[in-house]
Design a protein around this ligand. Structure first.
Ligand SMILES: N[C@@H](CCC(=O)N[C@@H](CS)C(=O)NCC(=O)O)C(=O)O
Length: 252
């Protein structure tokens, strides 16, 4: 799990649950939603990534790739949204968001792993490919290159600023993977209230923000009726309103 060792006194001295997050970041939505569902108080450390507030040495000392979300929980740094969810579930286990049987647990882990492994090649590629709004500028890219060590992220942002933008076949491949995944979720939701049965799990928390974000660019969700019924159930929850709609009204 990405728990980062630090000897920075300011970080070690940060008490409580501090969430570094951004309004329309789907990965940040996961953590806000979890905290709202469990009624856990948190300190708001908003990082405006559109204004490049993450591109500082201080922020890279918290998150090694300069991304949101990250948390500092009583001086402990945790980053990567799926790992933050698992960390928080361990610290705040009630009500449980972990399935009871081994098979469902394996499925939940697979759905969380998707968010770790495919964030750049699928989620980010589809979103940037459709909204065509790079988060970096030629000027901020200079600062980015000084701080960023992750070559996949450097290549991605460099491509978004290139003349040809992101290659169309990469965007199509991302959409195909997403259609397959939403189709799988739709099949699961035909018989169940939640993705893995009658209990909300970290899989539901990790996946609803994809709907919230992708609907802005008209992802063809209408082909997934059971998935859309699950979305409608989410929309009625206070957690969804407080963690997502408040920050991105179009998700309502
Ligand atoms: N796999 C990571 C992805 C985190 C990520 O890419 N965050 C985006 C917002 S959703 C970000 O911080 N972007 C700022 C940047 O690219 O500099 C996670 O799930 O936490």
């Amino acid at each position: 799990m990405p728990i980062r060792k630090t000897d920075t006194p300011e970080i070690l001295g940060m008490k409580g649950l501090n969430l570094f997050h951004y309004s329309t970041s789907n990965c940040s939505m996961r953590i806000r939603l979890f905290l709202e569902e469990k009624n856990i108080p948190w300190n708001d450390r908003y990082v405006d990534i559109r204004n490049q507030e993450n591109l500082t040495r201080d922020y890279f000392d918290i998150h090694p790739q300069g991304l949101v979300p990250a948390i500092i929980h009583d001086g402990v740094i945790v980053y990567e949204s799926a790992d933050i969810l698992e960390y928080l579930e361990e610290k705040f286990p009630s009500p449980s968001m972990i399935p009871q049987d081994a098979e469902r647990l394996a499925e939940m882990n697979r759905l969380l792993e998707f968010t770790r492994k495919n964030h750049v090649s699928v989620i980010k590629t589809w979103v940037y490919g459709n909204n065509k709004k790079p988060t970096k500028t030629p000027e901020s890219m200079e600062q980015y290159l000084k701080l960023q060590q992750d070559q996949t992220l450097i290549d991605f942002h460099t491509e978004t600023l290139s003349e040809n933008f992101i290659a169309e076949e990469k965007i199509q491949a991302a959409e195909k993977t997403l259609m397959d995944t939403f189709s799988d979720l739709d099949a699961r939701l035909a018989a169940n209230e939640w993705i893995l049965g009658d209990q909300m799990t970290l899989a539901d928390i990790a996946w609803i923000p994809q709907y919230s974000l992708f609907q802005r660019n008209s992802f063809p969700f209408e082909t997934f009726p059971n998935f859309m019924a699950w979305v409608a159930r989410w929309k009625k929850r206070d957690s969804y309103k407080d963690a997502i709609v408040k920050y991105m009204p179009s998700a309502a």
